[in-house]
Design a protein around this ligand. Structure first.
Ligand code: FCB
Length: 443
């Protein structure tokens, strides 16, 4: 037995799935698809490892049926995917690309034919370049642009989607992309960050309201979490970790579930926040039906006064690391799920991403161990009262890992990018055994 858990341990109705995102797998940048900020960011030397782009990626645009077969054969219940905004609205708004809509029609129908529940995400980072030309996340109008796009999707696909998420990982959209400059559009500017941090949540809340108004059901958002620990027990390092927890975790949780940004983070953003942002907080906190939790790792932080707006520095931790350098800390998943349900909300939680990068190969016992430990953390959180209803591994396929290009592999299934051949890894077999073995017992 590869995984130590049994399907029945998770209870009736618990969903197992795998996740991907459009830009990371689709390729197929044809048939009317517009440019996105990731196309231009990747085309700019120095931004992405090896200059890699998502131009071809896993060619999922053409090979989606084979990929969905892998999910079905693995015994998965659900598939988390994202819609590419520029494939549907090449200019971000206005004219619709019919062939883009047709692709998602085919994709969703193919899921339903295989009994896979479609978990759609509206925005997994591929902002149409035409909207970036208008300021992207710095422009308050993005709330309306995004809500219009959300309504279009809801009207066309809503009755076939098991759930809809607005934004994937708003921390990455705002901080990683506008403060740290690591993701598109690659800004390094505190004012841009303050604005994006608010507009991304305003867009989320505006879209939830708009989708609900046209009958949208089971609407949520996917947040990512990092457990922040002090590098030492010194008060200043503990304070650095606390502030990082605010920047990464509490900004989004407090905004969405309390309608208020945390005062410690706000103090750093205040001179740069959009005017009268406080009036938007009711929209930011529009009730949602479920929350997605993405979790990979923890970080160790120390106080560093040289670092300007945010006097925090991440230091290398002592725990075993994945191939992308992230410490393996399963306890963190139990802790964050428990904390969210104890302190913030009783709506259903889904682990919408969790997984690890491993060196290339199809035998990946470390990944099996990673999944085993994190599934154990989900069970522990459930015992402590967290209403976790599902778990999605990241990712179904090796794919375009953003600034790391194709060098970092998170897949349950290996992809040979030259031939596009898919080969299930040991970790895929582990899930298959967990999921279909249980089915055999039932039959
Ligand atoms: C998350 C992203 C996902 C993937 C994993 C490794 O932050 O949502 O697209 O890149 O990290």
């Amino acid at each position: 037995m590869l995984l130590s858990h049994k399907r029945a341990d998770f209870g009736e109705g618990f969903l197992f799935g795998a996740a991907t995102a459009a830009y990371q797998i689709e390729g197929g940048q044809t048939e009317g698809r517009g440019s996105s900020i990731w196309d231009t960011f990747a085309a700019t030397p120095g931004n992405v490892h090896n200059g890699d782009s998502g131009k071809y990626a896993c060619d999922h645009y053409n090979r989606y049926a084979e990929d969905l077969d892998l999910l079905a054969d693995g015994g998965f219940d659900a598939y988390r995917f994202s819609f590419a905004w520029p494939r549907i609205l090449p200019q971000g708004k206005g004219e619709v690309n019919q062939r883009g809509l047709d692709f998602y029609d085919r994709l969703i129908d193919a899921m339903l034919e295989r009994n896979l529940k479609p978990f759609g995400t509206l925005y997994h980072w591929d902002l149409p370049s035409a909207l970036q030309d208008r300021g992207g996340w710095l422009n308050r109008d993005i709330a309306g642009w995004f809500a219009d796009y959300a309504v279009l999707i809801s009207r066309r696909f809503g009755d076939r989607l098991a759930s809809t998420a607005t934004i994937n990982e708003p921390w990455c959209v705002a901080f990683l992309s506008h403060m740290l400059g690591i993701h598109a559009p690659g800004h390094r500017d505190v004012r841009a960050t303050a604005r994006a941090s608010h507009h991304v949540l305003l867009a989320h809340g505006t879209a939830i309201e708009a989708m609900r108004a046209v009958g949208g059901k089971n609407l949520g958002i996917v947040l990512n979490f990092e457990i922040a620990h002090g590098a030492t027990n010194k008060p200043q390092d503990m304070a650095a970790a606390r502030l990082w927890d605010g920047i990464f975790n509490r900004w989004y949780l407090d905004g969405i579930f309390r309608g208020k940004y945390p005062a410690d983070v706000l103090a750093h953003f205040t001179p740069h926040m959009p005017d009268a942002f406080a009036r938007d907080m009711e929209t930011v906190a529009t009730p949602i039906d479920w929350l997605g939790v993405n979790y990979y790792t923890r970080g160790l932080y120390e106080h560093d006064p040289e670092r300007g707006a945010f006097p925090i520095r991440k230091i290398e931790g002592p725990l075993e690391k994945t191939d992308i350098g992230w410490e393996i800390f399963p306890q963190g998943l139990e802790d964050i799920l428990t904390r969210i349900s104890a302190d913030y909300t009783s709506i259903p939680l889904y682990v919408t991403e969790n997984g690890m990068a491993e060196v290339e190969g199809v035998d990946d016992p470390r990944r099996v161990a990673y999944y085993d430990a994190h599934l154990g953390a989900v069970l522990a959180a459930r015992r402590r009262g967290a209403d976790v209803r599902g778990y999605f591994g990241w990712s179904l396929l090796d794919n375009y890992e953003w600034a790391e290009g194709y060098a970092k592999r998170f897949g349950l299934v290996h992809v040979d990018y030259q031939t596009q051949k898919r080969t299930p890894k040991t970790s895929y077999r582990a899930f298959q055994e967990l999921l279909t073995g249980a089915n055999r017992q039932v039959a």
